[in-house]
Write a protein that binds this ligand. Structure first.
Ligand SMILES: [Fe+2]
Length: 424
């Protein structure tokens, strides 16, 4: 491992080019990282545990067992003491010759904010897991990363996020890169469990979640919807592919780039009504996540309808609502734009950020359009993750942490003012 690491890292170098301009010699893609089931596990052992926020004060606990077991979570605020329990349901799905394990779905709560809970997935099962509920008020600290995949770079990104005491992860699509090989969804679930069982993972879907094969498997998002149930019902959405939630004064909207988005679509109508419900006194910060970026000066993924047509359909809605930030993935690199609207810098438009640099097996998108557009403030093709730290109703700090020789290095940061506070 050490030798392999040395060989990999010997390719990295920092070099200064020009006067005071930092050029970064970027690392290459790393090998895939398949996480097998431990030998000690039996057919009723919980695996692939992850949690997501439901409403203000509840949490969805999801896990998989090979065989059917009761969908019951025991939980409490002290280790080993479980004063409360809740029972949900389980389901499974088929994909070609693959049949999933039992996917358990249990909502627990009401829970106190900013509190550590200990829980068991199943009655008297092991091991004990724990998570901390998000705060009810500012400050709140989000990790943001897309296009994770499951490589050694992904592992590096996950480890960096685990060290930083985040309250929640926001993921703008492309999770496992299973790409129809369903056992890779199971591997991904096992890989992310240490982090995803400790803090809520709020995700939306990317092109790698579609997994539709003409004639052979005609449904889209079969695995994604079965495994990553997000709280769409609570936000009045009829689809797991788009939803919203509120946490600590932030209204977060998750959109689906690979479902209909034209003005006659269910998603568009839901977005309109959701934006009308936003109360900027209660939630001064308004954030949107999509997968395919609407602003992008990388040469990768130019001209795709999910970017161009979705932007044409929905950009005005977001602008009129004074959305603060739009996070996207898809392009395997980092890019931060100024506040923009219709290709121009605009103080009332959202800041667009591409954060598709989680570490997937396809590697980085290294080539950029020259010259750099004026509205593109910072762009770099390296793996890493973002930190969105909302300090109060007015100020938040955005920072991008590059995976630098396995270290997490803050390479870009900016203070932002909410448009609810500064609607000029
Ligand atoms: Fe993608």
């Amino acid at each position: 491992m050490a030798v392999r690491g040395l060989l990999l890292y010997s390719a990295f170098a920092l070099a200064f080019v020009g006067i005071g301009v930092l050029s970064y010699d970027r690392p290459t893609a790393r090998g895939s990282y398949f996480v097998s089931l431990p030998e000690t596990f039996d057919s009723t052992s919980p695996q692939q545990v992850h949690i997501s926020l439901v409403g203000n004060d509840k949490m969805r606990i999801s896990w998989i067992t090979e065989d059917q077991t009761p969908s019951t979570v025991q939980y409490g605020t002290s280790p080993g003491k479980y004063e409360s329990s809740a029972t949900g349901n389980s389901s499974s799905y088929k994909y070609l010759l693959y049949k999933s394990g039992e996917i358990h779905d249990v909502v627990i709560g009401p829970l106190k904010p900013n509190t550590v809970y200990y829980y068991l997935c199943g009655v008297g099962s092991a091991p004990e897991y724990s998570f901390k509920t998000p705060p009810a008020q500012f400050p709140i600290n989000f990790a943001v990363v897309g296009d994770l995949g499951q490589t050694e770079w992904t592992n590096s990104t996950l480890q960096h996020m685990a060290k930083s005491n985040y309250d929640m992860l926001l993921l703008p699509g492309d999770l496992s890169y299973a790409d129809t090989v369903q056992s890779l969804w199971d591997s991904f679930g096992r890989m992310v469990e240490p982090l995803a069982s400790q803090m809520p993972w709020m995700v939306t879907q990317g092109n790698h979640e579609v997994e539709k094969i003409p004639i052979i498997h005609s449904h889209s998002f079969t695995s994604y919807n079965a495994r990553w149930h997000m709280p769409f019902e609570e936000s009045g959405s009829g689809s797991n592919l788009f939803y919203s939630f509120e946490v600590a004064g932030v209204h977060v909207i998750m959109l689906g780039s690979y479902t209909d988005f034209d003005p006659s679509s269910a998603q568009y109508k839901w977005l309109q009504s959701d934006l009308q419900k936003v109360d900027r006194v209660k939630t001064p910060w308004l954030v949107v996540l999509i997968h395919a970026p609407w602003y992008n000066s990388n040469t990768a993924h130019q001209g795709e309808r999910e970017s161009i047509d979705m932007k044409a359909a929905m950009e005005e809605l977001l602008y009129e609502a004074r959305v603060d930030l739009v996070f996207a993935g898809h392009v395997h690199a980092y890019e931060r734009f100024a506040r923009v609207y219709k290709e121009q810098a605009n103080n009332c438009g959202p800041v667009h950020i591409t954060i598709g640099d989680g570490g997937n097996r396809e590697g980085l998108a290294n080539d950029y359009i020259d010259p750099q557009p004026k509205i593109s403030v910072f762009r770099e093709a390296s793996f890493g993750h973002g930190q969105f730290e909302v300090v109060n109703a007015t100020y938040a700090r955005w920072a991008w942490h590059r995976n630098d020789d396995n270290e997490s290095v803050m390479a870009d940061s900016v203070w932002l003012t909410s448009l609810a506070s500064d609607p000029t």
